[in-house]
Write a protein that binds this ligand. Sequence first.
Ligand SMILES: NC(=O)C1=CN([C@@H]2O[C@H](COP(=O)(O)OP(=O)(O)OC[C@H]3O[C@@H](n4cnc5c(N)ncnc54)[C@H](OP(=O)(O)O)[C@@H]3O)[C@@H](O)[C@H]2O)C=CC1
Ligand SMILES: O=C(O)CCC(=O)C(=O)O
Ligand SMILES: [Mg+2]
Length: 745
Amino acid sequence: MSSQQPTIIYTLTDEAPLLATASFLPIVRTFAASADVKVDTADISVANRILGEFPDFLTDEQKVPNTLAELGKKTLQADANIIKLPNISASQNQLIAAIRELQAKGYAIPDYPEAPKTEEEKALRARYAKCIGSAVNPVLREGNSDRRAPKAVKEYARKNPHSMAEWSQASRSHVSHMHHGDFYHGEKSITLDRARDVKMELITKSGKTLVLKQKVSLLDREVIDSMFMSKKALLEFYEREIEDARKTGVMFSLHVKATMMKVSHPIVFGHCVKIFYKEAFEKHAKLFEELGVNVNNGMANLYDKISTLPQSKQDEIKRDLHACHENRPELAMVDSAKGITNFHSPNDVIVDASMPAMIRNGGKMWDANGRLKDVKAVMPESTFARIYQEMINFCKWHGAFDPKTMGTVPNVGLMAQQAEEYGSHDKTFEITEDGVANITDLATGEVLLSENVEQGDIWRMCQVKDAAIRDWVKLAVNRARNSGMPVVFWLDAYRPHEAQLITKVKMYLHEHNTAGLDIQIMSQVRAMRYTLERVIRGQDTISATGNILRDYLTDLFPIMELGTSAKMLSIVPLMAGGGMYETGAGGSAPKHVQQLVEENHLRWDSLGEFLALAVSLEDLGLKTGNNKAKVLAKTLDAATGKLLDNNKGPSPKTGQLDNRGSQFYLAMYWAQALAAQTEEPELAAKYATLAKTLTDNEAAIVAELSAVQGQPADIGGYYKPDFDKLDKIMRPSATLNAALAAFAG
Ligand SMILES: NC(=O)C1=CN([C@@H]2O[C@H](COP(=O)(O)OP(=O)(O)OC[C@H]3O[C@@H](n4cnc5c(N)ncnc54)[C@H](OP(=O)(O)O)[C@@H]3O)[C@@H](O)[C@H]2O)C=CC1
Ligand SMILES: O=C(O)CCC(=O)C(=O)O
Ligand SMILES: [Mg+2]
């Protein structure tokens, strides 16, 4: 991956972004080469990550390097320039599907041991655990996060506002969270006085010492937290909220982030399903145990497991499950046409995307008959659930936001070095026995943090490094200076972890010239209120937040402002000096693949890729003194602006311009801008012919691209598509392909 020639590393991921890459990468390579910039790829798809983890099961020809680990190392080098597209953070269901597809393709990888018993099975499961959940982003995000809507994109949204459903003051939709016994209420936090190695251990009531984590090496001035969620309190909470929804006649929905919080949230999810269907689960407890039913992976797991039973038994179980509905509220649906409920699979309702969608819909979700209805949105962890309630309160009072006039809310997120909750998976445990959970200094035996816990509680330790916090404060000040916007640090002095952060933020702000800047610290609820008061007056406010709110707010505000988070500029200035440019702020849109496979139309909007590529080229140009790369960046931005002005984004409807057509327009505008500029005459001369060919053949190319639509498309797989087939499907215009090939020479 390393080379002397300035190089951009373009990731190959999964689902819709991978499809889009199949058509965009040849364009990128062609243009980059004209500035002597090389574009390498790094395949970090879930399929490739699985293969990289199991070389011992593969033939020599099938073996692949551990690309993710290599790319992780690259982020620590000053010349790193990486374009990172969204990838699948696989739930267990998705992992198993990927394994089955690979096995069917002749890769003799082992089955996923769902209920490992032997040491060998446990070892396999531990290896597969590396591929599950959010396994990519934490490895690559060696920097804090700068996400914003570029000016041209915001302007476009103002001129072409997306639909927003109305909000009624009589809406009964609301957010429910725990008021005691959750992580917020059980948190303890300290800032280290020196570097220490610690262990996490449970001293049980019966007198045993169970070491849950042998060693965590901590740095001087690092902030660590210990926190737990009480199982008892969680179950009581669910029981109460389910009953409340039934009594008051609103739908019930659960919103978690089981992909990212891959250890804790599947457990939180599973408890909810079991409480909802309590009678059926009690009646069939023994059978479910024998079958290895685990609804931490949703009802899909249960249906899968019972499918081996005789039909009469299956019918009985289904009847018993249905009978539970008699005494339960309606469940919000993910796909009412297919009968898929909110409980089907934990990766179907991902809170950062699901809550904004609900708020954009006037606080409603879909019922089983495909009607929109008021809903109770249950988010057990109170820490951040409140921000959504605050936004709902605001919408009830002021009505829906107006994309034509609303201000923008960029985010500066504390994300580097696996900051906070999103880095806690290897330090999260389901407690097996009542006792005391301690974080203890290995050298001195000193107990640094201690909690009384009970069987079933979820206990975890979070960390955030001092250098990451310091860099985050610097980034916030820089963004304030460059944008002229006020910055609000969303920090709650009543939360122990954030009280530590507030001290550090105040300290590190002194390192900067903040004269003339408006920088404030507010609790999340107040920060939301303050920001929204400004938003409806058309004023802009940067949110500087921790890692979870970075994730939540960078879907929430873009979805209100732009209709999607796909149009965000998402930069990770790497702490070692390099840059990673993420494309958009959302996910990998599995629905889009389905549409392509059924109708050969890809509605994925590559705007995020266009924006990311421009900053990547600009950064490369600046750092290597390559003026041609800088000109490529400038002209790409101009082309993107023109694309927006001319409404050449992809349409969701089959038969109209799709992702491929949109990319063609980008290439044409880019070539035209390069041919027209005077700063690099050599480039202008070079692009004159390409610009002319593309312009002259616009109608022919668009016709070729649209002719293929309406038919099924075979890409030879879901998790590991056949790259040759993908290339044919995603590059159907012979005229465009020939023009690019002729230019490349
Ligand atoms: N950075 C990363 O790597 C991230 C990865 N993920 C992963 O992605 C998967 C799905 O995530 P989830 O959050 O549920 O859903 P997505 O964010 O993928 O999709 C939600 C909806 O947003 C719209 N959308 C998102 N991106 C685009 C785009 N570029 N162009 C057009 N529309 C877009 C689509 O709406 P419509 O259907 O109306 O077109 C889509 O259905 C999961 O595996 C998740 O873990 C999630 C977040 C970030
Ligand atoms: O890594 C993931 O699973 C999701 C990341 C995400 O949602 C984000 O960064 O906005
Ligand atoms: Mg997100």
